[in-house]
Design a protein around this ligand. Structure first.
Ligand code: NAG
Length: 209
């Protein structure tokens, strides 16, 4: 997922050598596809703006077993797990891409898609931070999930939620999540939404420390 940042870096040097002339890499299309990938990884109730139409609503009961709404966020990879740690890292990288290369993203009409990709992650990360010192960091059971290959729309594997709190702490997860929300707050600096991101980030940081 860090590849997005690299792609944006490459966009900076769009002087594609035509020397041997056989192949012109279209980094703009690659960037577009990279951001589409995040839509394909979306969990939960999909919005009408969803562009990857073969994906449907999924995991709409995540968190219900513990009375919490943990729907949304991103699936991890080729599985149906939701892991807070890599999700937070991913949101950080997306936000960093916008902070560093917002102009380039805008020039290729990808800025809104990038902001949506961040937002889809931050909405989930803030939901998972249900109160001070309590943060859900995972939904799903790795063993059973990895033992079968089901699309998330049809999955029958347990959706076990895992939480960190004062008796089961996890400073790494809390700090990574706080960092993601802080980075997203910079990306959203012109939108009042950044205040909500900062609030969760600051409380998450206090917990991590
Ligand atoms: C932390 O979470 C665990 C697992 O759900 C739970 O058993 C424990 O009581 C919780 N601790 C606090 C302080 O809520």
């Amino acid at each position: 997922m860090a590849s997005l940042l690299m792609l944006v870096c490459l966009l900076r040097s769009l002087a594609i050598p035509l020397g041997q002339g056989r192949f012109v890499a279209d980094y703009g299309e690659a960037l577009d596809k990279s951001l589409l990938y995040f839509e394909a990884q979306r969990s939960g109730k999909l919005p009408t703006s969803q562009r990857v139409l073969w994906r449907g609503d999924s995991a709409l009961s995540d968190g219900h077993s513990v009375g919490v709404d943990l729907t949304g966020g991103y699936y991890d990879a080729g599985d149906n797990m939701k892991f807070g740690f890599p999700m937070a890292f991913t949101v950080t990288m997306l936000a960093w891409s916008v902070v560093e290369f917002g102009e380039e993203l805008k020039a290729t009409s990808q800025l809104d898609h990038a902001m949506n990709a961040i937002w889809w992650g931050t909405e989930y990360l803030m939901k998972a931070h249900i109160k001070d010192n309590v943060l859900y960091g995972q939904v799903g059971d790795g063993s059973s999930d990895h033992n079968c290959w089901q699309r998330p729309e049809d999955m029958t594997t347990p959706r076990t939620p895992y939480v960190i709190n004062e008796t089961n702490p996890g400073s790494d997860l809390a700090a990574e999540t706080a960092a993601a929300l802080a980075a997203a707050a910079i990306a959203f600096k012109d939108d009042p939404y950044h205040l909500k991101l900062l609030d969760h980030s600051q409380r998450g940081t206090s917990y991590a420390l």
